[in-house]
Write a protein that binds this ligand. Structure first.
Ligand code: ADP
Ligand code: MG
Length: 232
């Protein structure tokens, strides 16, 4: 599906939230690196997609009504066999149906288990005065508790991307801390600039969250994505 079709489909269904699968497809088309993710609408399909992608895989609930997937028991990581995939599929649906009996469920997304990296996040929200603003930070508690993030107004220049990465307090973690390999910061700059262009090209996107992105010594990949549509 083209990006416009993904957006049109959601709108025609009266939805402002894109599912992870839809959001990742839209971002992939904009050249943003995301983990290969496919929608399974049955247990059998989840099994065949897992075999196609190759183990280990991750299964997640695909529902526009479930925003925090892992809190609801909707994420199963590091599945190494068909048996584990089948059980994860059943467990996810059971947990979601119990906690969100009203939720519309599209299916379950199947994706490659990404190798561990330094978790970072890139977000976009719209400010009443400044319009779209991009946020960068380190993932996990550094963002949630310490609010160690930086902001720039769209469109960003390369210099903005450079600065916003370097001005967070956690920057030394990206440079390689206590023997850890340094992260490919140039690639993160590139990623931020791609998000900025994506936002310019999609005024209908009201909110964007790439959380987390795994950053490596050779590139980076978003493992979760959330897109909210507005009027645009
Ligand atoms: P939530 O809706 O709860 O934010 P996520 O998709 O972010 O769900 O998954 C929760 C956590 O699971 C992530 O923060 C990440 O640490 C891990 N995770 C998710 N997808 C993958 C993946 N494809 N490979 C490896 N780890 C993943
Ligand atoms: Mg997430």
């Amino acid at each position: 599906m083209t990006g416009q079709k993904i957006v049109d489909k959601a709108k025609s269904e009266g939805r402002s939230v894109l599912t992870e699968v839809e959001a990742k497809e839209l971002l992939k088309q904009a050249g943003i690196s995301v983990v290969d993710t496919k929608l399974a609408t049955s247990r059998e399909e989840a099994l065949s997609i897992s075999q196609q992608l190759g183990f280990p895989v991750v299964l997640k609930i695909a529902s526009p009504d479930v925003v925090h997937k892992s809190d609801a028991g909707g994420v199963k990581l590091d599945l190494r066999t068909s048996k584990q995939v089948g059980k994860a599929y059943d467990d996810i649906l059971k947990a979601i149906k119990k906690q969100y009996p009203e939720a519309k469920i599209q299916g379950v997304s199947v994706q490659k288990m990404a190798r561990p990296g330094v978790e970072v996040i890139i977000g976009m929200s719209k400010d009443a005065q400044f319009g779209p603003v991009i946020m960068f930070g380190l993932g996990g508690i550094l963002v949630e508790i310490l609010k160690d993030v930086s902001f720039r107004i769209v469109p960003l220049a390369r210099r903005d991307a450079r600065e916003m990465i370097r001005e967070i307090k956690g920057y030394p973690l990206l440079e390689g801390y206590r023997g850890q390999e340094p992260v490919d910061v140039a690639n993160l700059e590139e990623l931020i600039l791609k998000v900025s262009s994506f936002i310019e090209q999609h005024p209908e996107v009201e909110e964007l969250d790439l959380n987390p992105i795994f950053a490596y010594s050779d590139g980076a990949v978003a493992v979760d994505a959330r897109v909210i549509l507005g009027e645009g």
